[in-house]
Structure formats: C-alpha cells, structure tokens
Design a protein around this ligand. Structure first.
Ligand code: ADP
Length: 367
C-alpha cells in the first residue's frame, strides 16, 4: 500500500511538473514572439526617423517636388527591405511589409504546433510509462502476496499427509486392535500419493519457468490415459460419482506424464470444489472440422464466478480468502494446466456447467 501511495504521489508530482514546464515553454514562446514584434516596431521607428531626415534634406535644398519620396523608397529597399513606404491621402507612413507580418505569424504558429506535438508525445510517453510501471508494481505486489500465501498453503499441504502417514504408521506399530490392516494401508498409500502429486506439481511449476517441464513429445492415446486417471480418482475418492465418456482412440502428440498431470489436476479440482456424491464427468469428443479433440471435465460444485474465470489460471491464484481458508490448495494446479497445454498448442478455458458447477474445456490438436 505504501509503495502504491508513494508511486501515485510521484505520478502527481511528475504531471504537475509537466504542466508547469508546458506553461513555461508556452510563455517563453509568447515572449519571444513579442520581442520579435518589438524589434520590428523599433526598426519602423528608426526608418521613420531616417525618412524624416531625407525629407528635411530635400526641404533644406528647397526642392518642392516629391522626388524625395523616391529617395526614401530606395533607402528603405536598401536598408529595411522588409518595411514598406505607404503613401495615402492621410499622409506618408512606414509599415512592416505583408510578407514580414505573415512570416512572424507563421513562425509563431509553427512553434506552437511543434510545442503541442512535442508536449503530447512527451505526455503520452510519460503516461504510458507510468501506467506500465504502475501495473508492474501492482503485479509484483500481488505476486509477492500470493507467494506468501502459497508458502503457507504448501506448508499446510505438506504437513497434512505427513501427519496422516505418521498416524497410520504409529497405529500399525502399536497394532491397537487393528484387525483389517488393508484399509489403513490404503489410506497410507493415498496420503503418500497426495504428497507425491503435490511435490510433482511444485517441481513442474518451477521447471515451467525455463520451459523444460515437458519431455520429448510422442504419440499419446488420450482414451486409456483418461480412463486410468478416472479409475485412480475413483479408487482414492469412491464417494464421488465419477463418469467417463471417451472415443475408442484419441491420438495426440505430447508428453504423457505432463498430460496425465493436467487431467489429474482438473479431476482433483472438480472433486475438491464439489460435494461428495455429486457427478464428475470426463468427456472426450472429436471436432473433425477443427481437427482437434475437445476434452471437458464438468462438476456440480460451486462453479467459478465470472470475474475470476480468466484469473484462476494465473500462478498462485486462488479464489478469495474464504475459499483459501476452507479448502486445501496451492494455486499452482491451473497454472500448470495452462502452461503444459500451451506447450501442446492446446487451449483451456472454463465455462459454467449446466445446471450448476464448472466445466473445464481443452481443445488439443489431433495427431
Ligand atoms: P488450488 O486448487 O490449489 O487452489 P488451482 O490453480 O488448481 O489451485 O485453482 C485455482 C482456483 O480456481 C482455486 O482456488 C479455485 O478457487 C478455482 N477452481 C479451480 N477448479 C475449480 C472447480 N472445478 N470449481 C470451482 N472452482 C475451481
């Protein structure tokens, strides 16, 4: 908050300086134009004085004709080419020539146009830089805040399965009336799997930064891959209504481990953000026109609010504090999903499911 306030003050100061600078430049241009006009006035006054001398000379030499006017004109052409001698019924006057007046006006308007152009350009650059810096600052502050909550979340996520495994091992060690150990061992395996997936998520999210997250691309059949993911989820969370609908074969080019991680993350989210007994459906269909497969994972949970739909794919992003406190998570899952899919030239987005919940859609090129 402090940095934002300081930055806004800085913007205010820079904008005021800019306005002040513009006013200064404009008034200096105005002064220079006035000075030029003043020089012309002085020249006119000098010329008048000298023309009067020519007239006086003619009078002294008792020349009564108007020949002195020609001498005055010649004098003006030589000494003051930009001044004109005007003879009218009212008398004789010396005035700046039309070209001189136009030249002075033109000079001033050209200067004004240049200032307006320079000023607007400078202001636009200043404003764009400020907006850019401000956005980066806000993004850096947000990222920092999200990283802090991520660390807290990771610590919590790591501690829970470790504590679970410890408890299970202690129970087995004491053998406290445990007749059927298979259920307790299954729980232990589930907890270690959770731990394994979390560590895998953290590792892959780190590796995504230097785009070495996915290995060599091979032919991958999405059908058995999706089936094994759903079977696995059903084993770990049998209290959900898992459904799958896939074509006989769905071949893509990709990294099988990374694609499995994508599907597991989306299935796990669907489970995490819905209630037990609700339906979670994984569907793969062909989009022959686009030569792509459409994979959808839909749930009947709380859904994603409209304003959050584009943000949830950001690194460490989790929907509001309340959810963070109630559900476990690190805000890495969808970031990994988006990045891995990008590397497969695939796109991902979220829609509302009908009648409720969310539907994550992936469009991936067919092989
Ligand atoms: P995590 O689940 O660890 O918080 P994700 O990156 O997987 O991180 O998800 C980011 C956020 O998107 C979640 O905090 C959650 O609020 C929202 N979200 C993801 N999947 C779903 C879903 N199926 N239904 C509702 N909200 C979801």
């Amino acid at each position: 908050m402090k940095s934002k306030g300081f930055f806004l003050l800085l913007i205010l100061f820079a904008s005021l300086s800019f306005v002040w600078w513009t006013v200064q430049i404009y008034s200096s241009d105005l002064n220079s134009n006035r000075a030029q006009n003043r020089i012309v006035e002085i020249e006119v006054a000098l010329a008048k004085q000298q023309v009067r001398n020519i007239w006086l000379d003619a009078r002294l030499q008792e020349k009564e004709d108007l020949g002195w006017i020609d001498s005055a004109r010649r004098f003006l052409v030589e000494e003051y080419p930009k001044l004109n001698l005007e003879v009218s019924m009212e008398g004789i006057d010396i005035l700046p020539s039309e070209e001189l007046t136009i030249e002075l006006d033109k000079d001033f308007s050209a200067k004004r146009r240049r200032r307006i152009f320079e000023g607007s350009l400078f202001f636009a650059v200043l404003l764009t830089s400020f907006i850019w810096i401000y956005r980066s600052l806000v993004a850096a502050i947000d990222l920092n805040r999200q990283q802090n909550s991520f660390l807290l979340a990771v610590t919590h996520e790591l501690k829970t399965p470790v504590a679970g495994i410890k408890l299970i091992l202690e129970t087995l060690k004491r053998g406290l009336g445990v007749v059927d150990t298979s259920e307790i061992i299954r729980q232990g395996i589930n907890e270690s799997n959770r731990l394994d997936e979390l560590v895998e998520n953290i590792l892959i999210a780190t590796r995504l930064q230097d785009s070495s997250a996915i290995g060599e691309k091979n032919q991958v059949d999405l059908t058995p891959l999706a089936e094994s993911c759903v079977i696995r989820m059903n084993d770990i969370y049998p209290n959900y209504n898992w459904r799958i609908s896939v074509p006989e074969e769905a071949l893509v080019s990709g990294d099988e481990i990374a694609l499995r991680l994508v599907i597991m993350n989306l299935l796990d989210n669907a489970r995490k953000y819905s209630k037990e007994e609700t339906k979670i459906v994984l569907d793969i269909s062909t989009q022959p026109k686009k030569h792509k497969y459409l994979i959808t994972i839909s749930d009947e949970g709380k859904g994603v609010p409209e304003r959050e739909k584009s943000k949830i794919f950001n690194k460490f992003y989790r929907v509001d504090e309340e959810i963070r406190r109630r559900s476990k998570g690190t805000g890495l899952g969808l970031f990994i999903v988006k990045e891995v899919l990008l590397m497969h030239k695939a796109s991902v987005w979220v829609e509302d499911n009908d009648p409720q919940g969310s539907k994550f859609c992936i469009l991936i090129p067919q092989l």
